[in-house]
Ligand binder design. Sequence first.
Ligand code: P6P
Length: 338
Amino acid sequence: MPTRTISLTRYLVEQQRHDGRIPGELRLLLEVVARACKRISYEVNKGALGEVLGTAGSENVQGEVQKKLDIIANEVLIEANEWGGHLAAMASEEMDGIYLVPNRYPHGEYLLMFDPLDGSSNIDVNVSIGTIFSVFKKDPGQDGVSEADFLQPGRQQVAAGYCVYGPQTTLVLTVGDGVAMFTLDRELGSFVLTQENVTIPEDTQEFAINMSNMRHWAPPIRRYVDECLQGVEGPREKNFNMRWIASMVADVHRILTRGGIFMYPWDQREPTKPGKLRLLYEANPMSWLVEQAGGAAHNCQQRILDVQPTALHERVSVVLGSKNEVERVLQYHLEAQQ
Ligand code: P6P
């Protein structure tokens, strides 16, 4: 336990006081999201004892089978956030359209998007999963709120983060002034600051990609991975390690903690889709966190945070992590075009 325990609340109040980067309404919103994540962690940790495992017998807008915990996590986030008065609307991987704050509650200026439980294919096998969230401000000049308000490039986020439910429950957050990590102290029942100024090493010897898709990749991705696999005998002149948890939250948490490169690129399986991961509530928040920690995040054509969304659930190709490795992948894409 760090000698000077700083709770999430104290951290946010001091950030608010320090440079006004966190207005009171945003601080309250982030504290509500954190409390919702604490509740989700409690539900996830029940496992087989809580009758929360297995499928819900339904599909989400992505056509993916919904796990019971997907729906529980979504409901926890909706119920926690709808009454506080700081949101105009929410959007979720688990809901087709946006969720307007009911008229019986006051409305605010913020928009909250989330993947309530990312990596849910890992739930039943007890592997780390997590909640990913992204916060924007609504255009003050617009009356009402619509899906169009959510279609903002990721560089306009005002807060982003995730909570990973693993051996520890850890909340990772940025409001544009670096990345901080808070570990849930279950005895106190609060998130305690355990790391700030998180920094991703610019170089790495660890890559994360689903190797079973190798035959479907574009040539520049194939070249990059082949060179990693050739190790010291190849052009990289060093050996690489591979990790793939199939839970973006867990893979990104490893990269924020010790470096690495994460790739879920476009491939030929569904050539009309730019990638598998969703732009608004997976790639954007993770990309801002990675950039705030000194890393890079690209879709192989442009910086992910500059992508102009055109649909709530649109997908994107993702290459993110240690800056020099991401730049090498981009260089291989440029060379392939010459
Ligand atoms: P695959 C989880 O379903 C997810 O959206 C990400 O968390 C993860 O990185 C990816 O999909 C895993 O995909 O095709 O390897 O199962």
